[in-house]
Ligand binder design. Sequence first.
Ligand code: PRP
Ligand code: URA
Length: 207
Amino acid sequence: MKGLLIVEHPLIQAKLTRLRDRRTDRLQFRQLLEELTALMVYEITRDFPVREVEVDTPLERTTGVELARPVVLVPILRAGIVMLDGVLSLIPNARVGHIGMFRDPKTLKPVEYYVKLPDNLAEAMVIVVDPMLATGGSAVAAVRRVKEHGGRDVRFLCLVAAPEGVRAFRRAHPDVPVYAAALDRELSDHGYILPGLGDAGDRLFGT
Ligand code: PRP
Ligand code: URA
């Protein structure tokens, strides 16, 4: 699908399979989600701009690089918060914004309950993270908020996407690429991704 990039790395696909497994317990689920996110971030930041810097080794001065633009991470609560730790393991000085959202179980529309974003969004590379892209409602609304706060260079990182969600997201934000570990078959009548991995928030937090 246009605008959707599936990261096919074998380590990612093997970990995703364990994440889907209903026997995977909460502790393993959290660890896998964190590890998977770090692996995905490694892939999706390949084209981040860098600039040259001088560095003194113990022996002499040489030239290296640093990221040229600040990175801002925006997890969609709740499940995105565990992904955040995965990204921070690779980009520890990233700034972090938070967007709290849950789906109304009847309408499946997102209900926003918290927004706190850094003020340098216009100059930053922004990565919005949430493991699930189902109807797309939460991701569409979260990225809209990020843009309202000035975000211009935005990427959306999830693990499992449904075709319906990708289409809705791309309609709303054609300028924002979507990265996922898998594009699943469809949504159930209750808005769950099939085959999916269940309710990510519930599996993470035991609710
Ligand atoms: C889940 C998930 C996404 C959303 C995806 O969160 O983490 O945010 O559903 O569904 P959508 O694409 O149809 O909007 P949920 O609403 O269950 O809230 P929670 O993280 O607090 O459990
Ligand atoms: N949210 C989830 O956590 N899982 C789904 O399958 C759909 C939405």
